[in-house]
Design a protein around this ligand. Structure first.
Ligand code: FMN
Length: 305
């Protein structure tokens, strides 16, 4: 995809063959997209090997958690969903057949990833509008993944659309929490909830309610990359403990120097030894996770002491 449109022959680098996608079945994603090549058994074996090689590289690079992306219409999800998998061999057909590729990939990764480091599996718990793969299928997949040592299911949705009556998932805060909760309780495996969770109190309620073991945030981390520290501050006032030592040192110093000046306190700003200017300020709260301080428009003239 480029600019959210399928790749076409024009996207090919000069002198190169057009891209040829591979998929469980030769079904184009839309009418103007390439028709992918149906994967042979050799293609499947090569991709499974590539997953274990990639996991080894991630380990060498120092990653502590490995997450397999089996969601959002990518290859593993394409094997799972009957919308995109029309194979009649051992990798298609019934649910067990369609799950085979996911399980082989998960096994290949788990076997090279150290036992004391977790492997997560990200899945689309349901296909998406008009899809066929649903919660019951994911529960079955999660049981099989748990059996081979996968530690947590990262519960997302969507990526494959079809013609069924399956509706669109409402985009409300925490719209995947219900999925994380069902899988956690019915499979007894750790789950991760993601999707419009932006308020630390909402995140905490999801964890405390036993609906998920982890909260993942994506877009909210763009404006606020220190979201975990902000959340810790909001919930129990110790966000600094999550920051690098030097940042925490500077912020503690800021808190020390400002603690003697209660909100709204009138002060004077010295200009020269005997000339000061009054300054007043107030707190505007409730606009964001953090309070905002604004100076009052100050028309008072400076005065001599
Ligand atoms: C522009 C965009 C690109 C994304 N790309 C990926 C991706 O490559 N892999 C993935 O697992 N999720 C991807 N996501 C989904 C996010 O990981 C996350 O599940 C989603 O944004 C919902 O969580 P949030 O409301 O905290 O952002 C993407 C989301 C957006 C908006």
């Amino acid at each position: 995809m480029q600019n959210w449109a399928p790749l076409t022959a024009e996207n090919t680098f000069a002198g190169r063959e057009p891209w040829l996608g591979v998929a469980p079945s030769a079904i184009p994603v839309s009418k103007d997209a390439h028709t992918p090549k149906e994967m042979s058994r050799d293609d499947i074996a090569a991709v499974v090997r590539a997953w274990s090689e990639a996991a080894k590289r991630a380990l060498q690079a120092g990653y502590e958690i490995c997450e397999i992306h089996g969601a959002h219409g990518y290859l593993i999800h394409q094997f799972l969903s009957p919308v995109t998998n029309k194979r009649s061999d051992a990798y298609g057909g019934d649910r067990k057949g369609r799950m085979r590729f996911a399980i082989e990939v998960a096994n290949a990764v788990r076997s090279v990833w150290p036992g004391d480091r977790p492997v997560f599996f990200r899945c689309s718990v349901v296909d998406g509008k008009g899809g066929i793969w649903d919660l019951e299928d994911t529960i079955c997949l999660a049981r099989a993944l748990k059996d081979i040592g996968i530690d947590a299911i990262d519960c997302s949705s969507g990526g494959i659309q079809g013609n069924s009556a399956f509706p669109l998932i409402p985009r409300v805060p925490g719209h995947h929490v219900t999925y994380a909760s069902h899988i956690r309780r019915e499979v007894d495996i750790m789950t991760i909830a993601v999707g419009l969770i932006t308020d630390p109190r909402h995140a905490e309620a999801v964890l405390k309610g036993g609906d998920a073991d982890y909260i993942a945030i994506a877009r909210e981390a763009i404006p606020n990359p220190n979201w975990p520290a902000d959340a810790a501050d909001t919930l129990n006032g110790d966000g600094l403990a999550l920051l690098p030592l030097d940042y925490a040192y500077r912020l503690r110093g800021r808190d020390r120097t400002t603690s003697g000046y209660p909100h709204g306190m009138a002060v004077t700003i010295p200009l020269i030894e005997k000339r000061h200017e009054p300054y007043a300020w107030f707190k505007r709260s409730g606009t964001a996770a953090r309070d905002v301080y604004s100076p009052l428009l100050n028309t008072a003239k400076s005065f001599e002491t």
